[in-house]
Design a protein around this ligand. Structure first.
Ligand code: PDD
Length: 286
């Protein structure tokens, strides 16, 4: 089946879709994005994703490309036209098209909006989760506002590539203090000997993951202990369990960090339980 993309007001064949060469996303990485999971035909945590999108746009002083109601209709239309029941929706907004100049276009131009969706066999994620993934550590080379979900992802791309070349799936980024910031495309978590679940607190140094936010609610609802604080690799190596969260991975067990086995090298029971119950708690919008 050919795929359909929404590009600046039109639904077009993905392989024929183009953006102008002077789109500021293309030239400067001047834009933001969201990735939303699609589960059984529903967008998972749509309101939270759209809330974070609006925050990213406001931080960069990019106008909303369309009204909220229109955006929701476009998202649904893209799922329907691509017949996506399980997979991901990708949404990108850039500052728009203007002759190349670092300063914002004056007068301002219409922001560009692109939406695509992709069907993924959910059994792939389940197979990966049953084995768990390996992560490596690498220096965090990113800028100081990674709370903004910017499309400028070069350090993340390089980190993920490094992970792949070392036979791992994700890279945990190490900050200037030697502590774990987050994954290249996920948030990082450990569970210590006492069963306390630990993840870094949100500030400008990590992305406030939507999966992270929903999981924190699940942890509270199940009476589990949570500490939002920084942790280092030494603590991670001693952890009973470790995992990552993100819209494309959900809650994914980590079984090795830099070659050190975590939890005997098999996915931890708490992690698997949290993964299992995640969709019971996540908001579904059709
Ligand atoms: N990435 N941290 C970073 C740096 C991320 O890129 C992501 C998500 C997350 C997790 O956020 P969420 O739970 O809202 O997906 C944390 C997406 C999936 C991506 O770039 O493909």
């Amino acid at each position: 089946m050919s795929r359909i993309a929404y590009v600046n007001g039109a639904y077009v064949q993905s392989r024929e879709a183009v953006v102008p060469i002077e789109d500021r996303g293309y030239q400067f990485g001047d834009g933001v994005y969201e990735v939303c999971e699609v589960f059984r035909g529903a967008l998972i945590d749509e309101e939270r994703h759209l809330g974070r999108l609006n925050r990213s746009l406001a931080e960069l002083r990019i106008d909303a490309p369309v009204k909220p109601g229109a955006l929701k209709m476009i998202l649904r239309e893209i799922l329907a036209r691509n017949k996506v029941a399980n997979g991901y929706l990708y949404l990108q907004v850039t500052r728009g098209v203007a002759p190349r100049d670092h300063v914002f276009p004056q007068p301002s131009v219409r922001p560009s909006l692109v939406v695509t969706a992709r069907q993924i066999d959910p059994r792939k994620g389940e197979a990966a989760a049953s084995k768990g993934i390996a992560v490596i550590s690498t220096p965090d080379l990113r800028w100081k506002r990674v709370d903004i979900k910017s499309i400028a992802l070069l350090p993340n791309v390089l980190a993920r590539q490094e992970a792949k070349e070392q036979g791992a799936y994700e890279a945990w980024l190490i900050d200037a203090e030697g502590l774990v910031s987050e994954g290249a495309a996920s948030n990082a978590w450990i569970i210590d000997e006492s069963g306390t679940i630990i993840t870094r607190q949100v500030d400008h140094s990590i992305l406030r993951g939507i999966t992270r936010t929903t999981l924190i609610e699940i942890i509270a609802a199940h009476g589990l202990r949570l500490e939002e604080r920084k942790f280092g690799l030494d603590e991670a190596f001693r952890a009973r369990e470790a995992f990552i969260t993100g819209a494309t991975t959900l809650i994914m067990p980590v079984v090795a960090i830099d070659g050190h086995k975590i939890g005997g090298g098999v996915p931890g029971p708490v992690t698997l339980k949290l993964r299992h119950i995640f969709h019971d708690a996540a908001a579904r919008s059709t």
